[in-house]
Every structure is written in structure tokens, then in C-alpha cells.
Design a binder for this molecule. Structure first.
Ligand code: NAD
Length: 503
């Protein structure tokens, strides 16, 4: 039976090698320091102690990685889809075999609890399996018949692509971007988040040990404005798949514009969960609690605004407050912990600022609203009630275990509050009225809507947001559309002569 002490001992064993070697770059199959020799310290939010040093790379490291990805592209793109499938399955097998190591390192690097990181590691393997099975069909096209021509439409891999990922659930999110890129036949330069870089280094090591050729997947660590920026500007890189903040997404578009980068942006959210009085309120309460307090609330699809019908507002929010107050906050490696420390002291300070802001703006703190302890970046699961949609806590992405409840009078008002945001990532709707659900889902501005459930991902479906929440979709075949060029070839079947231009 695992407990905190045994998990800590296992984690220390896995960490030792990273403390000795540091997290280096991985270029053309080799672990390398930044060419400048620069590095930065990576700490754990559990107590802000040092974990390891990390390469602080610049444009010269990105250039080396982009060239490696360019050199590896032709043979990788030419590999038959079935061989890519087998290789991606081998990577999934290897992730599963090392899932505990991944989960332990990730939990201590991010502060997210082991119970969720264990699932996230396995979800990473599932992402590889899903795209492994799709690899043989990536190049499939279609034939479009016309009376005087037959068209053959096919897809070809785009080339070397850049992947830039955030610090929340970094392992799982990286696999969600990298697996389809590899299945499509692209090669990769990955820039992980500076706050949680360890599992990205582990992941590429796992992939190459499973047989991935050197140079197909390169990892360059460093700061966003340095290594990240250089990646978005590099002329050999054909596209950037980015997950992170909305403001960074807009920078990435601008930085990529001179080299006409294709960009896919998965950005922030301020997602509503809308609860009508006719819903199954017990299930709605469980799902609401899960969607805001799991993963520390550091989750792009977290339901951070609770819009609840006025007639049930008090009873429902009381139920949520009781459940939130009972959530176990603690060390991320304690199997009983649900909420661990937030990613970093700066982020904890940001969340605490919103507690003060909520008080100043006149919201009620039904539970939480304070930090926990002095060591580490812990905050209490929090519920604000009596909020209005013009308050900062209702408009801005807090990215913590913080829920803002707003009452609504009727369907029209629920819709108007839900859509009164620049974001449009996800929405959750709870009602047993089918026609209302149809009306509401049609009018809600969100890329993904779940009716009567929490976020349950079905991997073939599209994932992505509207407005400030992003551009483009991935999941299923949508990922291939991003990582591939579509090409049409028209065969003449009429034998007609072209129109004469004089002469
Ligand atoms: P961030 O935007 O600060 O950083 C994300 C990545 O971008 C990091 O690797 C960073 O180094 C890099 N970066 C920063 N500036 C850059 C620049 N100028 N050029 C190139 N790269 C640059 O985001 P974060 O704080 O790490 O992550 C949290 C955010 O991510 C939240 O807003 C969250 O909602 C969002 N997110 C969205 C999704 C989604 O699917 N929509 C999923 C997870 C997280």
C-alpha cells in the first residue's frame, strides 16, 4: 500500500538522476546543455526547494533543433503508416511501464496531486494509442468526381513543427500535441514550460528507447521570450501548436507572422456551469465540484463560473460550499490529497489577490478565501457567492480552486451571463428539459459543451475554443488537418482544348 513516505522515497530515487544531470536539451538524439552554458533552477511548489537545474536555451539551440527536425523529416514522413502505428504503440507501452515514475516526478514538479497525475500519465499513453491507430489513415484522401475531371485529394505531412506547452498537466498535454504530429509524419521541436520541465525530458527519452529515430523529436528548454520566441520565429518550423495563456497566444501569432506560420492556439477559459432547478442536482453538484477543484483548478476546462437558477441558488451553493470545505488539501504525494500546492509562489500570489479583490468588490466568501500554511503554495478551495458578472472574479481566469457563483432568473439571463465573456472554451449545462438544452447549446458561445456531465473526453471529437480561448481544433482527424497539407490533383477526363488566348 502506498503512503506519503513510500511515495516520497520512490520520488527521491527517480529525482536523483535529474539532480545530477540537470534537465538538458535533447537534439538529434543527444542530451546537450544550452550552447551558452546557461541554466536556471527548477523548484517544487511543495516547499519551494530546488529540484534540478534546467538548460536556459536561446536561438542557437532552437536553430540546432530545427535543423535536426528538418534532417529527420524526409525519412520519417516516408515511413509507412503501419510502421508509425507500431512505433507509437511501443511508446504507449513504455509510458505505461513507467507511469508511476512519470506521475511522481510530475506531481512534485507541478504540485498537482498524485491521484490525478497517475491518471494523466495513463491518459498520455492513451493519446499515443489513439493516434497510433489513426497513423495508417493519416494520408487517406478522397476522390471528387466532376463531369470533365476526376480530383484526387490527399494529405501530406507539413514538415518540422513546434510544440509549446504550459505548466499544467504538462506530460498529458504534450502527448496530446506530439502523438498526432508524429502520426501525421511531422518532426518536432518541443519547448516545455519552464516551471515544469522534467517529464518532457523523460518523455522523449522513453520515445527514443522505444525506437523513435533521433532527430524526429527534439526538446529545447528555456524561457518563453527566449527559446519559445526563437521557435516561433524559426524559418524551418512550419507550424506552432501552442497551449497557454490568451495573451501569449496573440504574441505567438505576431511572432510567427513574418514566416507565415500556421498556428493552433489552445488558450484560457472562464467556463460556465449552468444549473437549472429541474436538473439532477446531486449529480450536478458532484460534477461542479469535480470540474473546479480537481487538478488544483489549474485546468483550462475548469468550470470556474457557477450560474445557478435563483430558486435553488442558496441550497445549491450551500451544498457546494460543504463539499469544497471537505476537500483534502495536502502534500501532492499523499494518496489522500485532492488539492496540492499551486504551481509557484507568483501564481499563489495571483490567486490570493483575487481573494482580496472579491472581498473589495462585495462578493461573499462562502468557503476558503485564504492560503494554507507558510511553506509551499497552498490555498484553500474557495467559493464566492453573491457575485455579479462584472466582478473581476467572474471575468478573469484565476486558474486555481476558486469558483464564483452567480444567480440567474431565467434561461435568457443564464445565456446572456454565460456568453458575456471574451472566452469561449467550454460550457457545462445541467437541465432535464431537452428542448431547453437544444436551445441553450445552440446559442452558447463555447467550442465544447457537456450536457449533464463533467468534462468527459471522447478522443475522436474536436477539442478547442472560440474567441480568446483559441484558434483551431484538435482531436480525431482535426489534428491531422493541422499537421498536414491538403493537396488536390485534377485529372482531365474530357480531352477538351483550353480556351484560345488570341494568336
Ligand atoms: P503561458 O502562456 O505563460 O506559457 C505557455 C508556454 O508558452 C510556456 O512554455 C512558455 O514558456 C511559452 N511562452 C511564453 N511566452 C512566449 C513567447 N513570447 N513566445 C513563445 N513561447 C512563449 O501559459 P502557462 O501559464 O504556462 O499556462 C496556463 C495557461 O494555459 C492558462 O491560461 C490555461 O487556461 C491555458 N491552457 C489552455 C488549455 C486549452 O486546451 N485551451 C490547456 C491547458 C492550459
Amino acid at each position: 500500500m502506498s503512503n506519503l513516505e513510500t511515495n516520497l522515497a520512490a520520488w527521491r530515487r527517480h529525482l536523483t538522476r535529474w539532480q545530477k544531470s540537470g534537465v538538458q536539451n535533447h537534439i538529434a538524439g543527444q542530451n546537450l546543455p544550452a550552447r551558452s552554458g546557461a541554466s536556471f533552477a527548477n523548484t517544487t511548489p511543495v516547499d519551494n526547494s530546488w529540484l534540478c537545474d534546467v538548460a536556459r536555451s536561446g536561438p542557437e539551440d532552437i536553430d540546432a533543433a530545427a535543423r535536426a527536425a528538418r534532417d529527420a523529416f524526409a525519412p520519417w514522413a516516408a515511413l509507412p503508416g503501419k510502421q508509425r502505428r507500431d512505433l507509437l504503440h511501443a511508446i504507449a507501452d513504455a509510458i505505461e511501464a513507467r507511469a508511476e515514475e512519470i506521475a511522481l516526478l510530475e506531481a512534485m514538479d507541478t504540485g498537482q496531486s498524485l491521484r490525478f497525475m497517475a491518471k494523466a500519465a495513463l491518459r498520455g499513453a492513451a493519446n499515443f494509442r489513439f493516434y497510433a491507430d489513426k497513423a495508417p489513415e493519416a494520408r487517406d484522401g478522397k476522390s471528387l468526381f466532376a463531369p470533365d475531371q476526376t480530383n484526387i485529394t490527399s494529405r501530406v505531412p507539413l514538415g518540422p513543427v513546434g510544440v509549446i506547452t504550459p505548466w499544467n498537466t504538462p506530460f498529458m498535454l504534450s502527448t496530446w500535441k506530439i502523438a498526432p504530429a508524429l502520426a501525421a509524419g511531422c518532426t518536432i521541436v518541443h519547448k516545455p514550460a519552464e516551471l515544469s520541465p522534467i517529464t518532457a525530458a523523460l518523455l522523449v527519452e522513453i520515445a527514443e528507447a522505444a525506437g523513435l529515430p533521433p532527430g524526429v523529436w527534439n526538446v529545447v528548454n528555456g524561457m518563453g521570450e527566449e527559446a519559445g520566441r526563437a521557435l516561433t520565429e524559426h524559418p524551418l518550423i512550419r507550424a506552432i501548436a501552442f497551449v497557454g495563456e490568451s495573451a501569449t497566444g496573440s504574441l505567438i501569432m505576431a511572432q510567427g507572422a513574418p514566416t507565415l506560420k500556421r498556428v493552433h492556439l489552445e488558450l484560457g477559459g472562464k467556463n460556465p456551469v449552468i444549473v437549472f432547478a429541474d436538473a439532477d442536482l446531486d449529480r450536478a453538484a458532484e460534477a461542479t465540484v469535480f470540474m473546479i477543484y480537481s487538478l488544483n483548478g489549474e485546468r483550462c476546462t475548469s468550470s470556474s463560473r457557477l450560474l445557478v437558477e435563483a430558486s435553488i441558488h442558496d441550497a445549491f451553493t450551500t451544498k457546494i460550499a460543504e463539499k469544497a470545505a471537505g476537500i483534502r488539501v495536502g502534500h501532492p504525494l499523499d494518496p489522500a490529497t485532492v488539492i496540492g500546492p499551486l504551481i509557484a509562489p507568483e501564481h499563489q500570489a495571483k490567486v490570493l489577490y483575487y481573494f482580496d479583490r472579491a472581498r473589495a468588490e462585495g462578493a461573499t466568501i462562502a468557503t476558503g478565501g485564504h492560503k494554507i500554511g507558510d511553506a509551499g503554495c497552498y490555498v484553500a478551495p474557495t467559493l464566492f457567492t453573491n457575485a455579479t458578472n462584472d466582478m473581476a472574479i467572474a471575468r478573469e481566469e484565476i486558474f486555481g480552486p476558486v469558483l464564483t457563483a452567480i444567480p440567474f432568473a431565467d434561461e435568457a439571463q443564464a445565456l446572456s451571463i454565460a456568453n458575456d465573456t471574451p472566452y469561449g472554451l467550454a460550457a457545462y449545462l445541467w437541465t432535464n428539459d431537452l428542448t431547453r438544452a437544444m436551445r441553450m447549446t445552440d446559442a452558447l458561445q463555447a467550442g465544447m459543451i457537456w450536457v449533464n456531465s463533467e468534462n468527459r473526453r471522447h478522443l475522436p471529437t474536436p477539442f478547442g475554443g472560440m474567441g480568446a480561448s483559441g484558434l483551431g481544433r484538435d482531436g480525431g482527424d482535426w489534428s491531422f488537418d493541422f499537421y498536414m497539407e491538403t493537396k488536390n490533383v485534377a485529372f482531365d477526363t474530357a480531352g477538351a482544348t483550353a480556351p484560345k488566348l488570341g494568336g
